[in-house]
Every structure is written in C-alpha cells, then in structure tokens.
Ligand binder design. Structure first.
Ligand code: ZN
Length: 160
C-alpha cells in the first residue's frame, strides 16, 4: 500500500513538472504581440505586450516632449494613441509590422532651438486646435506650417 501511494506521489509531481515546463515554454517562446504607440496630442509612449492572447504588460512612458506639452496643456488626459510599431511572434517566427507616421509634438519639441520657444508654443496651440477637426488635418498642419519654417531656415543657413 505504501509503495502505491509513493508512486502516485511521484507521478503527480512529474505531471505537475510537465505542466509547469509546458507553461514556461509557451510563455517564453509562444505567440507574443507587442504594440508601441504614441499619443498624437502629447507624445507619450504606450507599450503593450500580449502573451498567448493575455495582456501581460501595459505601460505609459513620459518623455521630454510630453513633459513640455503637460506644462502647456495640464488638463490633457485623453490620450490619442497612434500605432508606431508592432511585432507578432508566432510559433514559427516573428513578423514585424509598423507604419510610424511621425509625431508632430516630437518634431515641434525638437525644432524649438531653431524656431524659438514662443513660435513652437504658438504652433503647438495651432496643432492642438486643428486636431479638433480631425487628426488627418492636424497632420496637414505639420506639412504646411512647420516644415516650411525649417526648410527656410536651412536655406538661409546654406546661402552664401
Ligand atoms: Zn496624450
């Protein structure tokens, strides 16, 4: 009788070890999806990870430019996530996808030295106002308002 109980105990321990091993393999090497997004309004990063269809990570990361926007627009809390990159790992391999559209806030923050703090804030206010009629229009704003300023500055610098 003792032997049977002993063997049953070993068998159960082995089964438990197998299940734990399979779970480890599935989590470490199984399907995994990562998304990184950026808020169109403030430029915060948003990282999400799913393993086996379950969300295992969800982080919002502040940046220099999001701190800059926060100092101007402290009431902003409704983030507008635009997907920046995405990767999907299946059992066979990883597929990367991504269509990083660029972020006006990042560009404005970076251009402050060139166009000046006051102009950058003025353009940020215009950009935020244009977002009310849709983010595609806000994107046009970047092409029409900020790009020409930077191009002109470059030409002035290059001129003899
Ligand atoms: Zn935001």
């Amino acid at each position: 009788m003792r032997n049977t109980k002993y063997h049953r105990g070993i068998l159960l321990a082995l089964i438990a070890a197998c299940i734990a091993g399979l779970a480890f393999v599935a989590i470490a090497f199984g399907p995994k999806t990562r998304h990184s997004s950026m808020c169109r309004f403030c430029g915060r990063w948003h990282y999400e990870v799913w393993r086996l269809g379950i969300k295992t990570s969800d982080k919002i990361i502040e940046s220099d430019w999001s701190a800059w926007v926060d100092s101007i627009q402290p009431a902003h809390t409704q983030h507008v996530w635009a997907l920046a990159s995405s990767s999907r790992r299946k059992w066979g391999g990883t597929a990367r996808m991504g269509d990083y559209e660029g972020n006006v806030v990042v560009e404005l923050y970076a251009s402050r030295k060139q166009i000046g703090e006051a102009k950058a804030r003025e353009l940020l206010a215009k950009y935020h106002a244009s977002s009310e009629v849709g983010w595609a229009k806000a994107r046009d704003f970047w092409v029409n308002e900020l790009s020409p300023l930077l191009t002109n500055n470059n030409q002035e610098t290059k001129a003899p």
